[in-house]
Design a protein around this ligand. Structure first.
Ligand code: ZN
Length: 320
């Protein structure tokens, strides 16, 4: 029986149940948080995380894949507290979330040395705890696959080869990053079934997405509610097209919700919501409350599709 590492320890893959593939219980800049801790209210961060996770339980969710890496304020102690409080299994990651910048520490070290850091999180435990990372994370965005981004991708690939851990790569379809990201992983020798390209739903170009699927990787339609990157109706059209074309066994659906995020001052967040850039119902449950029911009404989604997309696909990727 394959097992998957959660912050509460390894679980049998069959116990993962219904899975949210991409939701954040906390997202903040760890350097700001370390230097100005009083700018954050720990009780507020915790209660927002707990209520977001608890809401998913009403939809039968048993496991949340939590892809917060370095520069997103990954905090395994916080994840453990949320998991203990809610009873939900949380799968943590290792990796670096950067669109280009690397600290001198990693700038002046090789891909192999960077990979050693990731391997430590996967084999020994994260941040000095015995909670192990269940997957690897990296990112490419508007700057494209820069030299630094490629370095992180190669380090992630090498850590995957050493440990068997799967990879989730944040991508930016509008900057055409996906094909190059996949190319780097395959060039390093990673099996395509271990590779998940996140944020593919940010394009309505089904041909672009099928180009990735042709390589054998997973694609994620995981930003429902982030209308600034792609309007709701377009996301749904893409989802329906992919399912109708027989790709339900290779896709994920999620919202990339952040229970809290420190990127914007409060008044700016209000502007994003009132300006229609973020759906006012953006949450960890939005996919279950609106996306799936709409697709069911259109006749392209049924119970088997649900089982495939939210149970079997996550289990297959996490144990690939
Ligand atoms: Zn994310």
């Amino acid at each position: 029986m394959a097992t998957v590492e959660t912050v509460q320890g390894p679980v049998d893959a069959d116990e993962l149940g219904t899975v949210c593939i991409h939701e954040h219980v906390l997202f903040r800049d760890e350097a700001v948080a370390a230097n100005w801790p009083t700018r954050y209210d720990p009780d507020h961060l915790f209660s927002e995380a707990v209520s977001a996770v608890n809401a998913t339980k009403e939809h039968g969710v048993a496991t949340i894949v939590e892809p917060t890496a370095m520069f997103g304020g990954r905090d395994v102690g916080f994840l453990k507290r949320v998991a203990d409080e809610t009873g939900t299994k949380l799968v943590a990651c290792t990796g670096i979330y950067t669109y280009d910048y690397l600290p001198h520490y990693f700038q002046n070290r090789s891909e192999d040395v960077i990979a050693e850091h990731f391997v430590e999180d996967i084999e020994k435990g994260i941040e000095g705890t015995d909670a192990k990372a269940g997957f690897l994370k990296c990112a490419a965005d508007q700057p494209g696959v820069t030299e630094n981004v490629e370095k992180v991708h190669r380090a992630v690939a090498r850590a995957s080869l050493q440990t068997g851990a799967p990879i989730m790569a944040h991508s930016a379809p509008s900057a055409n990053t996906g094909p190059r990201q996949v190319e780097i992983f395959l060039d390093e020798g990673v099996a395509p079934e271990k590779i998940q390209i996140a944020h593919c739903g940010d394009t309505n170009d089904v041909g672009y997405i099928e180009g990735l699927l042709d390589k054998g990787v997973w694609v994620a339609l995981d930003r429902y509610g982030l209308d600034m990157f792609q309007p709701w109706a377009e996301r749904q059209k893409t989802a329906a097209a992919l399912i109708e074309r027989g790709h339900a066994n290779r896709i994920f659906m999620s919202a990339d919700f952040c229970a809290t995020i420190d990127w914007f001052p409060e008044e700016a967040v209000e502007g994003l919501l009132s300006g229609g850039l973020i759906d006012e119902d953006w949450s960890m449950t939005l996919v279950f409350e609106r996306a799936v029911p709409e697709l069911r009404e259109q006749g392209v989604f049924d119970d088997d599709t649900f089982q495939q997309v939210f149970v079997e696909n996550p289990r297959a990727w996490l144990t690939a």
